[in-house]
Structure formats: C-alpha cells, structure tokens
Design a protein around this ligand. Structure first.
Ligand SMILES: *[C@@H]1O[C@H](CO)[C@@H](O)[C@H](O)[C@H]1NC(C)=O
Ligand SMILES: *[C@@H]1O[C@H](CO)[C@@H](O)[C@H](O)[C@H]1NC(C)=O
Ligand SMILES: *[C@@H]1O[C@H](CO)[C@@H](O)[C@H](O)[C@H]1NC(C)=O
Ligand SMILES: *[C@@H]1O[C@H](CO)[C@@H](O)[C@H](O)[C@H]1NC(C)=O
Ligand SMILES: *[C@@H]1O[C@H](CO)[C@@H](O)[C@H](O)[C@H]1NC(C)=O
Ligand SMILES: *[C@@H]1O[C@H](CO)[C@@H](O)[C@H](O)[C@H]1NC(C)=O
Ligand SMILES: *[C@@H]1O[C@H](CO)[C@@H](O)[C@H](O)[C@H]1NC(C)=O
Ligand SMILES: *[C@@H]1O[C@H](CO)[C@@H](O)[C@H](O)[C@H]1NC(C)=O
Length: 460
C-alpha cells in the first residue's frame, strides 16, 4: 500500500515537471524567437537546463555539441580546484638564504625565493598580499640577519616540472601582451601585470603619448604605434609583448575624449624576474647583481638553505572567489597546474578527468587547452557544465564557497564568458541549473548579451 502510494506520487511529480517544462510558455516562446534571431544565423549554440529537485534535463538544444565556452569554463575549474585542493588550501612562498654572513654584512651565498605558484603573491586584492607589504617584510628579515650584500638572488621554480612562466599553447597572440592573457609561474608577482598610462593627441589620427608606467618590469621597451581615435571610440589599444621578451608594440587607438589618467593593463613577460628585480632595487643592490632562475634539474641538494620566511596565501576559497568574480585567467592556469601536479596528470587532462571521475561525463565531451576558458580551442558541452553544477549543488561539502564565488549578473547567480564572438552563461536560477553557449554570433556583443539575458529572464 505504502509502496503503491509512493509510485503514484513519483509519477505525478514527473508529470508535473513535464508540464512545467512545456508550460513555461514564456521560455518556449522566447526560445523559439531566439532561434530565429539574425545574430545567430551562422552561429552554433547550445543550452541545457536541469531541474534542481530531480536532476532531470528539462530542456536542451545541442546539449552534446562541444563549443568554446569562454570563461564559463571557470565554473568547472573552480569546482575541480575545490574538489582536489579543498577550500582551506594555501600556497606557501619561502624566503631563504645560503652561506654565512661575515662581520661586514657580506653573505657568501645567495638569497632564494622559492615559489609554489601562489597566484595572489603581491596582489592588490587583499591587504596582506600587497606587493609593498610583502617586500617590506622580506627586507626587514634580510636586514635583521645583518645581510648587506650577497652573491645574487636565486628564483627557485622547481615546484613544477615544466619551465618558467608559461602561457597555455591555445592563448591567441592578440591577447598575449594584455593583462588578461598573462602567463603564470611558480613565482607570480602583482598578478603579473603592470600599467601603461596614455594620453590621446589633440586631433583624430595623431599619435597617443605614453605618459608613464606603474610597476614596469626592468628592461621593457615599446614601439608605440597608437593613434588618437574619434570621440566615444574608447579604448581600442592593445599590447603585443611575448612571454620572456623585453620589446613590445602598442597598437590600436584611444578615443580623443579619454580621461587624463587613462591606463591599460599589460602582461609582465617574466614575473619571477620581476619580483627579484624589485627586491634588488629596494635593497639598493647593484644592477649587475646576478639574478638566476633554477628549475627542478638545477636544484643543488647539498646546499644548505636557511628559511627566513614562509609566506602563506589567503585560503583557496578566497582565491576562487576572485577567480570567479573578476574572471582572472591567470588564477585559472595556476589552479589547473596545481591540480595537475597533485593528481599527476597533464594540465590539459585535469578537467576531462575531473568530469569523468567525479561526474561520469564522457571524457570526449570535455577538451580543454587551459583552465580559464580564454583559449578559443577549448571545447565543452553545455550538458557537461550543467551536470557538474547540478552535482556539486547536491553533494559537495564546499558548495557554499563555490556559490558565494559565482557573480550575480542580470539578477542571476551565474558565471558569464566572452571571447571573440563567443558569449556564454552558466549558473543557478529558480531551482534550475543552466548552461548556455553561443559561438560565432554576428553583430554587436551587447545586443546579443541582452537577448540571452531576456531568454534567461523567462526562467526566473
Ligand atoms: C511570463 O512573462 C510575463 C511578463 O514578463 C509575466 O508577467 C508572467 O508571470 C510570466 N509567466 C510565467 C509562467 O513565467
Ligand atoms: C523576438 O526577437 C526580436 C528580435 O530579437 C525582439 O525584438 C522581440 O522582442 C522578441 N520577441 C519576444 C516575444 O521575445
Ligand atoms: C526524472 O527524475 C525522476 C526522479 O529522479 C526519474 O524517476 C525520472 O525517470 C526522470 N525523468 C526523466 C524523463 O528523465
Ligand atoms: C585593509 O587595510 C585598510 C587600510 O589600512 C583597512 O581600512 C581595512 O580595514 C583593511 N581590511 C582588512 C580586511 O583587514
Ligand atoms: C636604500 O636606499 C634608500 C635611499 O638612500 C634608503 O632610504 C633605504 O632605506 C635603502 N634600503 C635599504 C634596504 O637599505
Ligand atoms: C652544489 O653545492 C656544493 C656546496 O655548496 C658545491 O660544492 C657544488 O659544487 C655544487 N654543485 C653544483 C653542480 O653546482
Ligand atoms: C606519474 O605519472 C608518470 C607517468 O605516467 C609515472 O611514471 C609516475 O610514476 C607517476 N607518479 C606518481 C607519483 O603517481
Ligand atoms: C537544490 O537542491 C538542493 C538539494 O536538494 C537543495 O539543498 C537546494 O536548496 C536546492 N536549491 C534551490 C535553489 O532550490
């Protein structure tokens, strides 16, 4: 009797949900209209909606087609990071020295900075991570040991088997010199960014002047090809500067009516060298002092190092919070490398394996080239994203940290993504989990965005 009642109850429940899916006529109408939109005439797009209470897919279109997800990829990266590392994980950076200090303050050894990949080292986002605070602390520790001179600074990047500051293979050249496409290293510094201040000319077409820099790494020079654009044309300025290089190009335009103190963000070509340079300058050490990077194969295990400081990052919950909120691509690359090391896999295998092992998603549905979504070569299905988002809401102990990290846009808790002709959103709305991705839409991005938001509004 009881069992029978239960079955009837479940059936009614299922029927109710089918009816709900069909009878949300606002959604159906808006969706039908959406598919007719001329901006999507040559586009590939996909949507999956999962009901939070049943886990059933209530609506989908092209759910098994892999698309470039842009930054909605960060939902899966954030989930994988919490899963493998935990919300309390902290990166540790060491300040060490070798050798002995003589009575004149001369150290017959080296200062070592040992990286662990901390993406927040020197970041302005937390009081305790600020570059000036960390530098002052390290200088006081070095002074405290009576060290006035040393043989050089050694940057120990041995934590990761691969080389120094690497940019994922799939990042486009058009992005590389800009703040959002900076590489990541075992030693990141000030989010691997510096600022370039620009002043437009007095007529359209005249040159733009570089008026200054903030946190400019040593030895960087630019060829400035920027021109003044018409009023209202804004910031169309790009930085072309390759990883590890010292010469770059400024190209594009800056609107004639841009504010006086206008600046653009550029990518530091080698963040480990930048941190050592800054320490050297602040210690008033000579420009000719050797600065050396060592990798795993270079570590001399017979050298005795004394640890002056073990600097700890904020917990991973905080790092993932800013990763999702401000879509910091470099954080994603570091998280993927950290997980790759712990799980003994390659960076491109981290997300396919996480989706397969923890969520039963076929590995072929997830083909990643980075952890941020910046590479146009990434592919994932909306079903895979929605399934991960549904599962973690149901069963992950760290879900509250994840949910808090997701931004709220258009009144919906969701992560958005944008790269050239790609717009995407994934998140939670009114007891539903959704993921929508558009690739190769045409026309104005803000107009396309509003159409997607109008569609999502019907799920509220
Ligand atoms: C459909 O949209 C209208 C106008 O936005 C709203 O008043 C109505 O409640 C919506 N109906 C459903 C079933 O969501
Ligand atoms: C249908 O799409 C057009 C063009 O995007 C838009 O102007 C119109 O408001 C839409 N209608 C509905 C019911 O969503
Ligand atoms: C929906 O979910 C219920 C409960 O988990 C399940 O019994 C049912 O088969 C699902 N329906 C569909 C269409 O997948
Ligand atoms: C950070 O520093 C500022 C300025 O010193 C201070 O007002 C603020 O309370 C600090 N924030 C935290 C979280 O400690
Ligand atoms: C470096 O020189 C400046 C200017 O003389 C001085 O203020 C500062 O204290 C010096 N730094 C160290 C670490 O000695
Ligand atoms: C390693 O360090 C020891 C002790 O400082 C030194 O004698 C030796 O030459 C070093 N080995 C290499 C390969 O640099
Ligand atoms: C990591 O993977 C490599 C290559 O598959 C293997 O040789 C090595 O033993 C693995 N290490 C650990 C700790 O599992
Ligand atoms: C979704 O389901 C989970 C588990 O059943 C529940 O804890 C949560 O409150 C639900 N969320 C919404 C928005 O309904």
């Amino acid at each position: 009797m009881e069992t029978g009642f239960f079955i009837i109850f479940i059936n009614l429940y299922v029927i109710a949900h089918k009816i709900y899916a069909i009878e949300n006529s606002n959604f159906s109408n808006t969706w039908n209209n959406f598919t007719q939109d001329s901006q999507l005439l040559h586009a590939t797009y996909s949507i999956t909606i999962i009901d939070n209470s049943t886990g059933n897919v209530t609506f989908s279109f092209n759910k098994d087609i892999g698309l470039a997800p842009a930054s909605t990829m960060k939902t899966v990266t954030g989930a994988a990071a919490f899963h493998y590392l935990g919300t309390d994980y902290r990166y540790k950076t060491l300040l060490q020295y070798s050798g002995k200090v003589n009575p004149f303050g001369i150290l017959n050894g080296y200062i070592y900075i040992v990286g662990s990949g901390d993406p927040s080292l020197g970041s302005w986002r937390w009081n305790e991570t600020k570059g000036d605070i960390i530098m002052q602390h390290w200088i006081s520790l070095i002074n405290g040991k009576g060290i006035k001179q040393c043989r050089g600074i050694i940057l120990d990047l041995s934590i990761w088997p691969d080389q120094t500051q690497t940019v994922p293979d799939g990042y486009p050249w058009g992005g590389l010199g800009n703040y959002y496409a900076t590489g990541s290293s075992a030693l990141n510094w000030r989010e691997n960014q510096f600022r370039i201040f620009l002043l437009p000319g007095s007529t359209v077409g005249s040159p733009v002047t570089v008026t200054g820099f903030e946190n400019l790494p040593q030895l960087i020079t630019f060829t400035n090809e920027l021109v003044t654009g018409p009023p209202g044309s804004g910031d169309l300025a790009d930085v072309y500067l390759a990883p590890d290089s010292t010469h770059g190009y400024l190209r594009g335009s800056l609107g004639i009516d841009s504010p006086k103190d206008f600046s653009i963000g550029a990518a530091t070509p080698n963040s480990a060298i930048h941190i050592a340079d800054e320490l050297r300058q602040r210690m008033n050490w000579s420009k000719s002092m050797p600065i050396k990077i060592i990798y795993q194969q270079d570590v001399n295990t017979t050298v005795n190092r004394i640890t002056l400081d073990t600097y700890q990052s904020p917990p991973l919950s905080e790092i993932v919070y800013w990763f999702e909120q401000d879509s910091i691509n470099m954080y994603g690359e570091v998280l993927i490398k950290t997980v790759a090391q712990i799980t003994n896999s390659s960076t491109n295998r981290v997300l396919p394996l996480y989706c397969y092992n923890e969520h039963g998603i076929e590995q072929t549905a997830v083909a990643t080239r980075d952890g941020s979504g910046l590479s146009p070569q990434n592919r994932i299905t909306t079903l895979a994203i929605a399934r991960v988002l549904y599962n973690i809401q149901q069963r992950a102990s760290w879900f509250p940290s994840f949910e808090r990290a997701l931004p709220i846009a258009n009144g919906i808790r969701m992560k958005g993504g944008f790269i050239s002709n790609v717009l995407s959103y994934s998140g939670y709305v009114n007891k539903q989990v959704f993921s929508i991705i558009t690739n190769n839409y045409n026309g104005v991005t803000s107009v396309m965005r509003q159409k997607i938001w109008n569609l999502l509004n019907t799920l509220k």
